[in-house]
Design a protein around this ligand. Structure first.
Ligand code: SF4
Length: 869
């Protein structure tokens, strides 16, 4: 591969390797790295289109104090001074860092060291708290250390894969492709346990659409069933596992098949099928994700899964493991350095001997001696005035935390807020007193650890733009200015990596599996050339765990009573991700292709609920909870359970006037992990009637303020597309149109108005609104942004010989829409996904859309069957 640089994807915890080739300016071509063990060359749609997100649109390029540009010296001096003064006046616990799984391990290490060893507080928490802290707590309870005892190779070698609370096809697409490859190669069975029927369920052997929050009942029921059938590994239990008194009595009471089926709201026969499949396959991987973790009983749910694996000895062997898969690219690296408020460093906690050991290693003057505030409590403390200086790094808590309106109030009231970010304007940076320009993906250097403990390098592809600096540099500069020049005197990320590796090995007599001794003396050259490696081997293969007596622990967990629907908030809100977007869209939102998969934030509603609420597909709907309300576009979906709705987490004030999922959930957390429960919020859903709807296409990337009830914005080639709806006179939208020669057409019968602004012969903007008519396809008009000379015919919104509307884009790689695929299946009699690929190309590149294609094939055959009956 000529001139390619091996790096790691910016997005999810799969941690795919990328071979990137800079091709001039900020252009970069992206390919999957065939040599990377996480993906062997595969990439999903997000990774494939990373090259579209390398531009400088919206970037924060200079330090800013308020709205004024400042030098680095001035900004860093101010941050150090305000933190120093706040600590002197109010003590170390009056300051906090809120960091991110987007940080590299080296960034994380120095931020954690500064807060826990030198400032003297453990008030550093991370957005990984929202993602997998229940898995951390569950692992620690069961194994004595936060160890993920699985690898991606286990998926290749399993006979049964159970996905619990994971829309793997969308959220970890390359893992899903790996599962599909294993199924094709060796007939691996697949069971999906998820309240929603997602694309992950396509082709699964079994889908259990369980009641949300009933995972403990399900797993306890499985354990009871295996026990009754005499299928537990009694030797392993006797020799390698501790069970507290009364554990088995509790399991043997009330967990019969019928009671469990009732608790989980699934048919007993389906439950039995799952249990029999599990019993028949000793090589079982149970892969779980946010559906398990993001619950106020997440840790118990994790331990319910681990209990089954321990009691049946499905752990520490090829193809047999509980497998927590992380959301973020470096959530695991953060866990390794202790980036959570509840851990110290290098898989140590706040036990006095650990504090003393780390303090000695760091020569730290002010060691924190107790855990700090976890994310939700931390922002509550800010709102209550207990935290007076906050530094947010690489994350957007104003959008992502639950009860988002209170989070914004807290940020607005905090006396001193620093944000290091890549973007100039986010829902969080608008509250910052100081903004520090951080290096973005493709500009920074360091390491990340993925979900299966594989450490990989992220490498710079492009020079740093403007005044941007890597996060490790920013943190260490502040630390030096706070008085700790020598202990933060690193010249390069490799210096920090070596120190981190030495700490993992320091007085580690085998008590902790995390031991990077082999990396402790790595040269700069070897660090630069580092190839991916997995630490920890096959954890627990020798039956020895990280507890004092080396035995694993069964943890008694009890299904909590599930809340009955409330009169005022009668439905249940579940939240999650879209296939082609990432977090708050600051990067993926720059890609016109990725935007086309889901252009607006949708609330998915079961058809019966929609009928009862008078909501039709495409209507607007208001979701209200005691925490706040937000609007969404309704999508009728029979994949939803009755009484439950689903919304995406991605939309912010920067892209939409509604769609803000984060403000809806309660700020309730798991008592062990502090992870918020995002998956089952009582909610009220109502139809919203608007008098008109339309869209606006504007040239350029300057966001417009559109004065209407509903507005969403996506990037398109050469500009932006706004979907709009509202009441009153839509003429006020004309204020959004740029200057130019105006042409206009009005159809008074339908209340339709079409306005185009043309400047220098080129389309500068177009607005089409209607009260009762249909709106034309946006495709052709978007294409007109690239045309040198347009005329009045642009108002027709359709060219001569124009193709019919291709529908929502399903295959982003080849820009193929739903209507085109449906037509191809129907007209060409296509019967499987490869046939679609052969006919029109869809699904033949990154493969992220293959589950959707399989779904369309299935729908088509059902329709054919119905027609034949
Ligand atoms: Fe990136 Fe997709 Fe791989 Fe995740 S699965 S690391 S988003 S390419």
């Amino acid at each position: 591969m000529v001139n390619s640089i091996r790096t790691t994807c910016a997005y999810c915890g799969v941690g795919c390797g990328i071979a990137a080739t800079p091709t001039g300016g900020r252009a970069v071509t992206i390919r999957g790295d065939e040599a990377h063990p996480a993906n062997s060359g595969r990439l999903c749609s997000k990774g494939t289109h990373l090259g579209e997100t390398m531009g400088l649109e919206g970037r924060l390029l200079h330090p800013m104090i308020g709205d004024k540009r400042a030098s680095w010296d001035k900004a860093l001096d101010l941050v150090a001074k305000r933190f120093r003064e706040t600590i002197a006046r109010h003590g170390p616990d009056s300051v906090a860092f809120y960091v991110s799984g987007q940080l590299l391990t080296e960034d994380y290490y120095v931020a954690n060291k500064l807060m826990k060893g030198f400032i003297g507080s453990a008030n550093i928490d991370t957005n990984s708290r929202l993602c997998m802290s229940s898995a951390v707590a569950g692992h620690t309870r069961a194994f004595g250390e936060d160890i993920v005892p699985a690898s991606y190779e286990d998926l290749d070698e399993a006979d049964l894969i159970v996905l619990v609370g994971s829309n793997t096809a969308w959220c970890h697409p390359v893992v899903y492709q790996r599962i599909q490859a294993a199924r094709a190669a060796r007939g691996t069975k697949l069971v999906v346990i998820d309240p929603r029927r997602t694309e992950t369920c396509e082709g699964a052997d079994l889908h259990l659409a369980v009641r949300p929050g009933s995972d403990v009942a399900l797993m306890n029921g499985l354990l009871a069933w295996m026990d009754q059938a005499g299928l537990l590994d009694t030797d392993f239990l006797r020799d390698r596992v501790n069970a507290p008194d009364g554990f088995w009595d509790a399991i043997r009471t009330g967990h019969d098949l019928w009671s469990t089926a009732k608790a989980c709201d699934v048919p007993p026969a389906a439950l039995q099928q799952f249990y029999e499949l599990f019993a028949a396959t000793s090589r079982t991987v149970t892969l779980f994700s946010q559906g398990v973790n993001q619950s106020i009983r997440g840790t118990d749910q994790v331990n319910a899964i681990i209990n089954v694996h321990l009691a049946t000895n499905r752990i520490g062997k090829p193809g047999a493991a509980p497998f927590s898969i992380t959301g973020q690219p470096n959530a695991m690296g953060g866990r390794e350095v202790g980036g959570l408020a509840s851990t110290l460093a290098a898989h140590m906690d706040f036990a006095p001997e650990h504090v003393a050991r780390v303090g000695r290693f760091w020569s730290a003057p002010n060691m924190a001696t107790k855990p700090g505030l976890k994310a939700v409590d931390l922002f509550r403390a800010i709102g209550e005035g207990r935290i007076k200086a906050l530094w947010v790094m690489a994350t957007n808590p104003a959008v992502s935390l639950p009860d988002g309106n209170r989070v914004r109030e807290a940020l607005a009231a905090c006396p001193f807020v620093v944000v290091s970010d890549v973007m100039a304007t986010t829902d969080t940076t608008v509250h910052a007193h100081v903004r520090l320009p951080a290096a973005a993906w493709g500009e920074k250097d360091g390491t990340v650890t993925n979900s299966d403990r594989t450490v990989s390098r992220q490498r710079a592809l492009l020079p740093l733009p403007g005044d941007a600096k890597p996060d490790w540099w920013i943190v260490t500069q502040v630390a030096r200015r706070m008085g700790w020049q020598d202990t933060f005197a690193y010249d390069r990320p490799a210096d920090i990596w070596r120190e981190h590796a030495r700490l993992t090995a320091y007085r580690n007599d085998g008590a902790r599996l995390l031991n990077l001794q082999a990396q402790a003396a790595i040269s700069n050259e070897a660090y630069d050339a580092m190839t991916p490696f997995r630490w920890g081997g096959t954890p627990f293969a020798d039956g020895r765990f990280s507890t004092p007596d080396r035995k694993a622990r069964l943890v008694p967990v009890k299904q909590m009573d599930l809340q009955a629907p409330l009169r005022e908030w009668p439905m249940t809100l579940n939240t999650g991700r879209y296939r082609d977007q990432w977090h708050t869209m600051t990067r993926t939102g720059l890609s016109p292709k990725l935007a086309r998969h889901r252009e607006e934030p949708l609330v998915e509603v079961h058809p019966h609920d929609a009928a009862a609420l008078g909501i039709a597909d495409g209507d607007l709907a208001r979701l209200s909870t005691p925490q706040g309300e937000s609007l969404f576009r309704a999508r009728i979906s029979d994949g939803q359970r009755l009484g439950e709705v689903f919304t995406p987490i991605h939309w912010t004030d920067q892209q939409s006037s509604g769609g803000r999922t984060g403000l809806l959930p309660r700020p309730l957390v798991d008592p062990h992990s502090g992870q918020p429960g995002f998956k089952s919020t009582p909610v009220r859903v109502e139809k919203v009637v608007t008098e008109w709807k339309g869209f606006l296409i504007l040239r350029g990337d300057e966001p417009a303020r559109v004065p209407c009830l509903w507005m969403t914005r996506i990037t398109v080639p050469g500009g932006a597309l706004y979907e709009v709806a509202g009441n009153g006179d839509p003429a006020r939208l004309d204020t959004c149109l740029p200057k130019g020669d105006r042409i206009e057409a009005v159809d008074a019968t339908r209340g339709t108005r079409r306005v185009a602004m043309i400047r220098d012969g080129r389309l500068a903007g177009v607005l089409i609104v209607t009260r009762t008519g249909l709106l034309p396809s946006r495709e052709w008009l978007i294409g007109q942004l690239a045309v040198e000379s347009v005329g009045a015919s642009v108002l027709a919104a359709r060219g001569p010989g124009d193709q019919p509307d291709k529908g929502a884009v399903v295959c982003v790689c080849f820009d193929i829409g739903l209507n085109q695929i449906v037509a191809a299946i129907r007209d060409q009699g296509l019967v499987d996904v490869p046939a679609i690929g052969q006919a029109i190309g869809a699904g033949t590149n990154c493969g992220s859309c293959r589950p959707a294609l399989a779904n369309l094939i299935m729908q088509s055959s059902q329709e054919t069957l119905r027609a034949a009956q």
